[in-house]
Design a protein around this ligand. Structure first.
Ligand code: TYD
Ligand code: MG
Length: 460
């Protein structure tokens, strides 16, 4: 028999090639290609065997809907689309040490009071997990703990009619299938281990939560190849220097994406944050030039956050641009629009921009708030107190409407804000804005209108 040919897989993106290279051609990563044993039998077309007939059914019909398993941690249930779906697989990705194990231990310990739950760890010993449970005040939960890394053992254990209803695998990078030669954590092992466990979950109808670690550059190495195999992908993010943690839905076959759950890391584990806006704005100093409150939207949820900017004369040749929590390319674009369309030159200053609380903003709706923070910093006069700002800015300086202005204004009113700067409605087709009572709305059509609020003479 011919020896199996080796194959080479990129550990960053999962691309497979027949020869080794220093740099992956698919994703451009360096030193990420590792030799792995080829799968035992490569598919060779259909051959001669006869296939079985596939039965069609009509679309209308009755299907059994199993109730979702609700953990009782509202922030977690929300990102899962209202609880765990029996038989589904969920991947939870995030930096090492961000709190994935803590969150899942808390969730399963709560579930365990009414449901058989199992927590299988390949990373920590039973003693370590018990110690953590003690710290979390969950030492008495009737949770089944095990340490295992061989998928054959795990499948043999879980493949029982009276098996658990929810299973945690912490983490998928430590699991291995003994028929493969590659080391645990490689793309081949991660893929094979997950596929065995997910297949069993579908057959036995338990929900499985797979933990996957992320590399420094923000990509899940290995587990990224799982994204298409699982039903739901959640990312746990946050800055380790801050206590806030955000659980974000990236993919969900059973619910909306872009939902977030907000947690706070405390001495006693992760605490739910029911009113994130209040928390993110708690340490805000009012009437400081360069600071602006942005009324943002995370999934279906409005959230207020503070955007801070600082300008200082550049000391050396090229001015610095340092951005935390926002896209630096977007900042460059916004500064160009401010300079070219509104005559506000920032080119000679160092520009620092920060979203307070360690949050990351991805919405274009933050443009107008960033512009307000920059204009305020440049003029030295503060954004009027109790004001929220939102709107997208185009390259000609026009301010464009954004989604759900009413929800944003409602959240602002709830937190006691009295003024809002929002995009001007265009055309006749747009719905009229119904600002909640107590909010005075200023509509701006062009960025120059906003700049003019701070520099009465330099505006258009
Ligand atoms: P962990 O859940 O082990 O992270 P992951 O599984 O994502 O690698 O989180 C560990 C971190 O959380 C560690 O830095 C300590 C911190 N922590 C607390 O601050 N309070 C607590 O009650 C617990 C259990 C952990
Ligand atoms: Mg862990």
């Amino acid at each position: 028999m011919a020896r199996a040919k080796p194959q080479y897989a990129c550990q960053e993106c999962g691309a497979v090639s027949s020869k080794w290279a220093g740099r992956c051609e698919a994703c451009g990563a360096w030193n990420s290609i590792v030799e792995e044993a080829a799968p035992e039998s490569a598919p060779k077309g259909l051959g001669k065997g006869k296939g079985r007939k596939v039965e069609f059914v009509g679309l209308p019909g009755r299907s059994e809907h199993l109730p979702r398993t609700v953990t009782g941690i509202a922030e977690f249930d929300r990102v899962c689309g209202g609880g765990l779906v029996p038989g589904s697989a969920i991947l939870i990705g995030g930096d090492p040490g961000i709190g994935k194990s803590t969150l899942l231990l808390q969730a399963t310990a709560r579930l365990a009071s009414g449901l058989h739950c199992a927590y299988i760890s390949g990373e920590e010993s039973i003693d370590q997990i018990r110690l953590r449970a003690e710290r979390l005040g969950l030492a008495r939960a009737s949770l089944d703990l095990a340490t295992a890394t061989n998928v054959r053992d795990i499948v043999a254990t879980l493949d029982a009619a009276d098996g658990p209803g929810v299973v945690v695998i912490d983490s998928i990078q430590t699991m291995y299938v003994d028929t493969l030669e590659s080391a645990p954590g490689t793309v081949a092992q991660v893929r094979a281990s997950a596929s065995e466990i997910i297949r069993l979950a579908k057959r036995r109808g338990f929900s499985v939560l797979l933990v996957g670690h992320v590399t420094k550059d923000g990509q899940i190495a290995g587990p990224r190849v799982l994204e298409h195999m699982v039903d739901t992908v959640l990312y746990f993010e946050g800055d380790r220097g801050h206590q806030f943690r955000i659980l974000r839905t990236v993919k969900n076959r059973f619910g909306p994406t872009d939902e977030i759950g907000v947690f706070e890391m405390t001495d006693a584990g992760l605490a739910e944050v029911e009113n994130p806006s209040a928390l993110f704005l708690a340490e805000r100093e009012t009437d400081v030039a360069g600071s602006c409150v942005f009324a943002g939207l995370e999934g279906t949820r409005p959230m207020l956050m503070e955007i801070q900017s600082l300008l200082s004369p550049a000391a050396y040749g090229t001015p610095r641009r340092a951005v935390v929590g926002w896209d630096s390319g977007r900042l460059a674009m916004l500064m160009a629009v401010l300079e070219t369309r509104c005559g506000l030159a920032l080119g000679a200053s160092d520009v620092y921009l920060n979203v307070a609380g360690g949050l990351k903003v991805g919405e274009p709706a933050a443009d107008l708030a960033v512009a307000a923070a920059l204009s305020s910093a440049a003029s030295g006069s503060a954004v009027p107190s109790e004001t929220v700002v939102f709107g997208e800015i185009g390259l000609s300086g026009e301010v464009r409407p954004v989604s759900q202005p009413d929800a944003r204004l409602k959240e602002a009113a709830k937190l006691g804000f009295t003024r809002a700067v929002v995009p001007k409605r265009r055309g006749t087709g747009t719905k009229t804005l119904k600002p909640p009572a107590g909010i005075d709305v200023t509509e701006v059509a062009h960025l120059a209108d906003l700049v003019a609020m701070f520099h009465p003479r330099s505006g258009a």
